[in-house]
Each structure stands twice: as C-alpha cells, then as structure tokens.
Design a protein around this ligand. Structure first.
Ligand code: ATP
Length: 322
C-alpha cells in the first residue's frame, strides 16, 4: 500500500542533511564515564538523521530526494544502496574524495535506551553551494526536512530554497544547537524531543507526560514569539504533542497517545517519526493527523533492532492506526 489516499497526488519530499554509518554495540547497561563494559553484539548499519528520514518516508511510498555527502568508501556505498533500496533519489548525494563517510558510534542498553557520538566526515563538507547545485530537487517540493547534523549555513540555505519553492519546512532541532531568528522564520514546523524542547525553551522544564493540553500553552506562546508557527514535541514512550498556532481554536494543542509496543531499540525512532510526518504532510494531511500516523510508524520502528531496516511500510502503519 502506498502513502497517498486514493485519488490524491502526493507531493515531493526533499531531505537535506546527513548520512552516517551507525556502528552499534548492544550492552546490558550504558557505561559510566571511564568504565569499560563487554558488549553483546556489534552491527554496522546505514544511518544519519537525514538518510533515516528519507528512507522512512521512502519506505512509506513517498517521492523523496536526498541532498547530502558521503566519502568514497564502503560505508558511503552502503548508505547510497540503502537509500536507493527505499526508492530515495540519491542523485544529489555527492561522493566526496579524500574524506570519510560520517560515522555514529551508538550504544544501546537492555532497556532500549541509547547514547550516540557522531563524527561528521563528509557531512561536514555539505555547503550552501551544494544546496544551490541541487536546485532542481526543490522544484515542486511539498515538504522539506532539515536537521542540524550539517553546517547551519547549509541548513539555512536549504530552508530558503524550500520556502521559495513553497514547501512546508520541517526543522528537526537535532542534535540541539541554538538557531538564528532567520532560520526560525523560514521554518514551518519545529520537531524536537523532550530534551531538545527544554533546551529550546532555555532550560525550562516542559510539561510532564500526564499534563493536559493547557499546560502546553506557554510552550506554544514561546514558539510563536520565536517566529515558529508550529511544533511537534516527541516524548518517547509517552507519545507526542502537536502545537499549532495556525489550527482552529480547541485544536491548537493536540496530545497524541503512544502506540503500545514491545520496544527493543529506540535508535532512530525520532527519524521514523519525521519521515512519517513528512510523508503524510506531502499527501495533504493536516499536522495533527500526520503526527498521529508518524507516531504509529515510529512505535513500530522500535520493535526491531537498527534504524532504516526497522522502518515500516505504509500498510503496516495503516493496519495499526485503525
Ligand atoms: P531518537 O533520537 O532515538 O531517534 P528521539 O529522542 O528523537 O529518538 P523520541 O521522542 O524518543 O525521539 O521518539 C520519537 C517517537 O517515537 C515518539 O514520539 C513515539 O511516537 C515513538 N516512540 C519512541 N519510543 C517509543 C516506545 N518505547 N513505545 C512507543 N513509541 C515510541
């Protein structure tokens, strides 16, 4: 089953950003600083926030183009093949000579919690010039996905290109970095997990998992004051919250209950969420409906080890959504 509702022509998604090889060790618990632990298995898998988001949307049947950079090495080849297998157009992913493909060293514990350290490698070379060169990819784009695993000037150049093309610009503030007002002004939807939301709110605590919608009002006000009309805050196993100043009264804050699953690896759940959100927004869903779909897809993604290989197709998500 494809992502689009029958008779609906889905729009194109452009993802600009990172591709990383995920080097993952599974352990009983995460190590303390200075501690050495024995792991329980090691994998090398395709990852990187942008590649993950593109693959998540591609596996759902969306029309996706990825703009990024890898090295001319085995990890780069693995990443390009994984994207292509999910029908992601990789003609705007450069293979840069003399630099290694980005790498993420991931540790996952028995409760599916993780820590991640990233070496940018080729991702660090992605420039505003590369975005300009990929201009054709933006033509007719309905949705643009951005994250902060590449240079902020590049992110802003992409946001500008996306906004000029009339795309809905999704800004995933991950890994967290302070953003300029000019980037916020170009973005339509901020995507943050609980930790990033708190950092964006200058360290203020966000409402707890059981908080009612009104408790989120100050967060929405803060967003709008920062030039962002809407946001989705993901809360891990507690689901997510959609904040949308453009929605009609009574629907401006929507709490999305989690989908109950037996999670074995939450790595890349946020990217599965973003890919699902982009796919449904490109198919014409309003933000809250797209987020409800994304929430189911992300939950299903946690039931298998790894990231891209764990992402579901549209029929699995629609089946669980009913
Ligand atoms: P990551 O950095 O690991 O990719 P994240 O911190 O960006 O993830 P989370 O808030 O942990 O994002 O998770 C994103 C979404 O995935 C959640 O809003 C929820 O829909 C789904 N999800 C994550 N963990 C679980 C879980 N244990 N059970 C059900 N759904 C989950």
């Amino acid at each position: 089953m494809d992502i689009q509702a029958p008779g609906n022509q889905p729009g194109k998604i452009v993802v600009v950003g990172s591709l990383n090889a995920d080097l993952t060790i599974y352990t009983e618990r995460l190590p303390e600083p200075g501690e050495t632990l024995h792991g329980e298995g090691f994998t090398v898998n395709p990852g990187g926030k942008s590649a993950n988001q593109a693959v998540a949307a591609g596996k759902l049947g969306a029309d996706v183009s990825l703009v990024g950079a890898v090295g001319r090495d085995a990890n780069g080849t693995m990443l390009l093949e994984s994207c292509a297998a999910a029908n992601v157009d990789v003609s705007h992913v450069h293979q840069v000579p003399g630099v290694e493909t980005g790498v993420a060293v991931v540790t996952v514990d028995a409760s599916a919690e993780n820590t991640i350290v990233i070496s940018a490698g080729a991702n660090g070379t992605l420039s505003p010039g590369d975005v300009a060169e990929a201009g054709a990819a933006f033509e007719g784009a309905a949705v643009l996905c951005l994250c902060l695993e590449v240079d902020l000037d590049t992110v802003e150049a992409a946001a500008k290109a996306g906004a000029e093309a009339g795309a809905t610009v999704l800004l995933n503030l991950s890994p967290y970095a302070p953003i300029r007002p000019s980037l916020a002004a170009l973005s339509d939807v901020l995507l943050v997990n609980a930790h990033e939301a708190s950092q964006f709110l200058d360290g203020e605590q966000i409402p707890g998992p059981d908080a009612e919608a009104p408790a989120w009002e100050p967060v929405l006000r803060h967003l709008v004051a920062r030039g962002l009309p809407s946001a989705v805050v993901t809360l891990g196993a507690d689901g997510s919250v959609v904040l949308d100043s453009r929605a009609e009264a009574g629907k401006r804050i929507v709490r999305i209950a989690p989908t109950r699953v037996d999670a074995v690896d939450t790595t890349g759940a946020g990217d599965a969420f973003t890919g699902g959100l982009a796919a449904r927004l490109a198919a014409g869903d309003p933000l809250a409906e797209a987020a409800a779909f994304a929430s189911v897809g992300a939950a299903l993604a946690t039931t298998k080890k790894g990231t891209q290989a764990a992402y579901p197709d549209a029929s699995a998500v629609f089946a669980r959504l009913k």
